[in-house]
Design a protein around this ligand. Sequence first.
Ligand SMILES: [Zn+2]
Length: 453
Amino acid sequence: MPFETAFTMDTSSIKYGPGVTREVGADVRALGAHRVMVLTDPNLAGSDPVAITRDALRAEGIDAVLYDRVRIEPTDASFKEAIAFATEGGFDGYVAVGGGSVIDTAKAANLYATFPADFLAYVNPPIGEGQPVPGRLKPLVAIPTTAGTGSETTGVAIFDCNLGARSLRQVADAGEHPAVRRGGDRHDDEELHAKTGIAHRALRPVMGIVDPNNTRTLPRMVAACSGLDVLSHALESYTALPFDQRPAPEHPKLRPAYQGANPISDIWATRAIEILAANMLVALDDPSHDEARGQMMLAAAFAGIGFGNAGVHLPHGMSYPVSGMARDFVPDGYPTDHAIIPHGMSVILHAPAVFRFTAPANPARHLRAAQLLGADVAGAGPDDAGAVLSSAVVQMMRDTGMPNGLSAVGFTPHDVDALVKGTLPQHRVTKLSPRPAGEADLRQLFLDSMTIW
Ligand SMILES: [Zn+2]
């Protein structure tokens, strides 16, 4: 099989600055839209960023229709509700004001309203069919209100899919076979969920408006989880399987958005790690520190440009069943109407074990990442790389108040079988692990993540 010889660099245009949300009306007008769907979540519906956005759109004579029912950690059902609203609304543009959940929901609403299809048509295999997006979507402008997902720069929309107990097994057993369809019995007492997504360059917002004023009121735990998500995006994309060790696509249109580590993504990922190391704790400890908060938003966008082209690997792949199987855990600062293990938290809980596992594939990169994060790597050799990077990540987790492993968010070793089954379908990301991880490896990585320090 021939290996890949090319890589691409795709990103949204980015506008950065305190107060730039006020320019969204002019930006949307310049994109030629007249009637836009403004998406947000119920917690943000009455917030300044949403009010400023609506005023700015109105001032330019744009018809702005508010949709404030986005679910934090969206599901197939919440995506479909937004898609129905978008389909009926006849919009020629979209504005998302919120965190990754809001921006991802806007991508899905735009996609299915523009190119209607069965819901599973565009969803990543093996859960969906992974059909490429047929053409250009309506312009989407993303205004992030967390310094996290980097969703404003990527062509990925993640959601929690309710599969029913039987079909998740089918999906896991079927490996990459794209023809697996959802067939689970929805009346099963034990419904299973899997995080999956839709990934295509065409989903990417045309513009990200990165305004530090929009993160001033973020609860500390929300800011911490977002920041650690950024850190993992940067570390995973920098340590991912190199692009030229991936099989070449049969057709250019089949080249994945997540291409593996490559020279352009490396630039963005390494700079994001440096910015985080210098600003994350400052921003958390003093939310009025505008400079540090602004730097965190830039780091999120930089890491987004990196992983939006290189991809993420095991910490993200393993996080999806963990978030999907949240039972009763609700961290401070999050809405209490449903159990939630925030995305950034579920990702970082696996990072220490994963980097010890992946370091032998490229010790130099793991050491370099640790150094960028502020670790002392003097005298450290290739055999130390995994331990050194893991320790640096653990230090950051402790400083930011993360729980000590999966056991602290409600899991026991009895859950490991289900967690492994939920990770196996995440091929899109797990296959970018620089060291192949089979079922036995994943089992051990989950066990090693139960208690971290
Ligand atoms: Zn993430």
